[in-house]
Design a protein around this ligand. Structure first.
Ligand SMILES: [Zn+2]
Length: 448
């Protein structure tokens, strides 16, 4: 009898949460859709508040534009459904730029949305790509908004005919996975419907490796996706306690979400030149290798190390941005981390920034005001845009050799070293002509 009452109570709680979810979805639908009547009297549904209209609102990517697009009506961060509605809107409104497909399935069987942003049909062999992911850790809310900010910024540039963004969209591809840990993000939203609290869920929803009865609270079950990759997996006790916030899972890629990452990266290995895996919080540019203490990166991957240095140099990062490995910056190692594995397995430069600013108020998984959210996104964006710009091939003079003048003929020659400082391969590059006209001025009194 007692257990029947218990079941009945659980059933009521479930019904209640479904009702709350339904109410919320109805609100979202009312917000974004309206019934339109065609001239022939037929009714059809159309999107009410279009992203296009919001982007067209001002030629500047202004605070008003950012707030309207990135701050939802309820709260300061995107919920699961906020993100899904925006993805649907992007797909409908920007068919020339946006393609949406499934990156893979989660443990609970949800699709992980993959957004591809590009323009035109330039083949992938001639179009370097970047992969950007958010929410390896579900509670790191601003890491979901960061990839959307980048998409909006590029579409805003394209809509206002800014040649810089139009050129990039024609020549590079951005693959965006705003929520890798979809189940965790969904769980936070659904729990909010029931309790009005945002649970601090970090890991995925797979409790089949243990912990179901042990951890006490569903918040602490699951696998830490950012410890589940195949570089230094499971070291330092990461796979011993299934209730630990950094439980690695029993073996590398035991989770469907990380397998989706692995399979996508291997499939696009010749195309992808850089990966950003966004996290929060902190104000840190976290470089590989996070599984170890020490500077393996500079010695083992000097090219990628130099690339990170260039990006930091040219991207004019936010105030007080800290750079280094997890051990350098946080004092702990992260075995099985995503960017470590990507670099070690493929040579692709990969980075795991902890998004934030030098304002201590941004040191939180959920920020207190919309202004703090926009400030984090604004300050982190330039360095990412600089990285996207570097995807293309870019030739630069790095050294002009000394010119030796022939005393009799007065002729001279010199060598010029040109280097590709972009990430796109240059194997079919040829110098067509080396003819030049030189006008020499000899202002120095010692030259006669
Ligand atoms: Zn994280």
């Amino acid at each position: 009898m007692f257990s029947r009452v218990g079941k009945w109570a659980a059933g009521m709680a479930l019904l209640n949460s479904v009702a709350n979810a339904d109410r919320y979805l109805t609100e979202i639908e009312e917000l974004i859709m309206q019934v339109k009547r065609d001239t022939d009297g037929k009714e059809h549904i159309s999107w009410k508040e279009s992203i296009t209209e919001k982007l067209q609102h001002s030629k500047e990517f202004s605070d008003k534009v950012k707030h309207e697009l990135l701050i939802p009506r309820l709260g300061n961060h995107y919920s699961y459904h906020d993100a899904m509605v925006v993805i649907e809107q992007l797909k409908r409104e920007f068919p020339d730029y946006i393609n949406v497909s499934s990156f893979g399935k989660t443990y609970e069987g949800r699709d992980i949305p993959l957004i591809r942003l590009q323009k035109g049909n330039k083949p992938t062999t001639d179009r370097p790509a970047m992969l950007l992911t958010g929410a390896h850790h579900a509670r790191e809310a601003v890491s979901i908004q960061m990839p959307f900010y980048i998409i909006f910024k590029f579409l805003h540039g394209a809509l206002h005919n800014d040649q810089y963004y139009l050129d990039l969209l024609e020549n590079v591809t951005l693959y965006v996975v705003p929520m890798l840990n979809v189940d965790g993000v969904y769980d936070i939203e659904q729990t909010f419907f029931q309790t009005a609290d945002h649970v601090m869920k970090r890991k995925n929803k797979n409790d089949s490796w243990g912990g179901k009865w042990l951890c006490g609270d569903d918040t602490y079950t699951g696998v830490d996706l950012n410890r589940n990759y195949g570089f230094s997996h499971g070291n330092f006790g990461a796979k011993e306690d299934p209730c630990s916030e950094s439980f690695s899972g029993p073996f590398p890629f035991s989770e469907p979400e990380t397998r989706a990452m692995r399979d996508f990266i291997f499939k696009h290995v010749n195309e992808i030149k850089f990966v950003y895996n966004f996290h929060s919080y902190g104000n840190m540019y976290v470089t590989p290798f996070n599984a170890i203490a020490g500077d393996l990166l500079q010695d083992a991957y000097p090219t990628q190390f130099a690339l990170f240095e260039e990006i930091l140099d040219e991207g004019h990062p936010a105030n007080q941005l800290k750079v280094g490995t997890a051990h350098d910056l946080l004092g702990y190692t992260s075995p099985g981390e995503a960017s470590d594995w990507i670099l070690a397995a493929t040579g692709i430069a990969a980075i795991s920034p902890e998004l934030g600013t030098d304002n201590p108020a941004t040191n939180s998984f959920r920020l207190d005001t919309p202004e703090l959210v926009i400030d984090v996104l604004d300050q982190q964006y330039p360095i990412i845009e600089k990285t996207i710009e570097k995807l293309q091939a870019r030739l630069e003079f790095v050294q002009v050799g000394h010119a030796d003048v022939d005393a009799e003929t007065k002729e001279f020659s010199f060598t010029v070293e040109i280097r590709n400082k972009g990430l796109k391969d240059m194997q079919d590059f040829t110098i067509m002509s080396a003819q030049a006209s030189v006008e020499a001025r000899f202002d120095d009194p010692h030259i006669q």
